[in-house]
Design a protein around this ligand. Structure first.
Ligand code: PLP
Length: 370
């Protein structure tokens, strides 16, 4: 089996199993209970939050734990729009977003918010000029993903953040799900960002929304006050502790991990470039962990099926929209419907070996490449 779908989700770091079992036994008290057992759990969560902040180099941001990135995106986008609608009803979103972001904006549009989608560009980057032209008097939110899950194109978040400081009424939300755990980012100028542990070898079912304390949100789940007023329910202590642990593990030796992925990506691209029917949809702005390729004349679903027969696993589009006809993001960036229908994503990890990449290329050569 060769797993090349790490951007969909990752295998759990083995070290987390013992840790999860240990903390589940120790911290079973409800962190909302005022007795000593409950307060021990609350204290452990606070320590865990400190670790998240130290690992991501955060300053005074707050962390709201969620079930994953979809919930974090919903809380950020809907929660902010609902809470701040008296200041304006205009929202801006990038054209390269994940379905969990797109769907929030569609829902808000149906409620009467005005949503503008930034134009797409051949380089896959958001242009500040486009953003400036789109901002109105009543714009309250701009949402731009750190990097797109299909093409891996990394946005210039620092420049966008700096630019948006001119507009104090506008909150800047970043879906950082594909970036956290793979690369180091500067979060200082971002008002809210979302991520999930299962993208960096953590457990499924836990994620977070990190936000500037000045940002106020309406909760999307009704209930009592818990760790925060914005997210009710008994905190999942063991999952929360496992999130900080997986984050710490993901960021240890991050430069070496990145370098390993970069070398494998360069090898892969070098090998695939020799074939006439291969087109690269990811570009020089993409992180090395994501290589998106079209093989003419095979649809992405055909490629996936053929590789699947060899126990090689890649993605067509993002796993969450896998049944849609073609990739709207590839179409928007390349302007080519054929490429959008045939694009598939190879996602590489620091765990991937050169032998796996060689075997993968051999398989493509035998079955599909000309
Ligand atoms: N945002 C991006 C960019 C993603 O890639 C994903 C998952 O594929 C999500 C959000 C949703 O994450 P989750 O599955 O944790 O809800």
């Amino acid at each position: 089996m060769i797993y090349l779908d790490y951007s969909a989700t990752t295998p759990v770091d083995e070290r987390l199993f013992d840790y999860f079992s240990l903390v589940s036994k120790e911290y079973y008290g409800n962190p909302n209970s005022k007795h000593r057992l409950g307060q021990a759990s609350l204290h452990a969560i606070k320590e865990s939050t400190r670790l998240v902040k130290a690992t991501l180099n955060l300053k005074d941001q707050e962390i709201i734990y969620t079930s994953g990135a979809t919930e974090a995106n919903n809380l950020a986008i809907k929660g902010y729009a609902h809470k701040n609608q008296s200041s304006g009803k205009h929202l801006i979103v990038s054209p390269y977003e994940h379905s969990s972001v797109v769907a929030c904006f569609s829902a808000l549009e149906k409620e009467g918010f005005l949503v503008d989608v930034l134009p797409s560009r051949p380089d896959g980057l958001v242009s500040l000029k486009d953003l400036e032209e789109m901002i109105q008097e009543d714009t309250i939110l701009v949402s731009i993903g750190a990097l797109n899950s299909e093409l891996g194109i990394l946005q210039d978040l620092k420049s966008i953040g700096e630019f948006l400081t001119k507009y104090p009424k506008i909150a800047f939300h970043v879906d950082a799900t594909q970036a956290v755990g793979k690369i180091v980012l500067d979060y200082d100028l971002i008002d809210m960002f979302s991520f999930a542990a299962h993208k960096f070898y953590g457990l499924k079912g836990i994620g977070a929304l990190v936000k500037n304390p000045k940002i106020k949100l309406d909760p999307i789940i009704s209930g009592g006050s818990s760790l925060s007023n914005e997210r009710s329910g008994t905190p999942a202590t063991s999952l929360i502790l496992s999130l900080s642990k997986s984050l710490e593990l993901a960021y240890s030796n991050i430069e070496q991990k990145y370098e390993h992925v970069l070398q494998l990506k360069n090898y892969l691209v070098g090998e695939l470039s020799r074939f006439e029917n291969v087109y690269f949809n990811s570009n020089s702005n993409s992180i090395p962990h994501i290589v998106n390729v079209s093989i003419f004349d095979y649809s992405s679903v055909e490629v996936q099926r053929i590789l699947n027969n060899h126990e090689i696993y890649v993605s067509t589009q993002s796993a969450c929209v896998a049944n849609q006809g073609y990739s709207h993001v590839i179409y928007r960036v390349t302007g080519d419907e054929k490429r959008a229908k045939s694009g598939f994503r190879i996602s590489i990890s620091y765990k991937t070996t050169l032998d796996e990449i060689i075997e993968f290329v051999d398989c493509l050569r035998g079955e599909l490449l000309k």
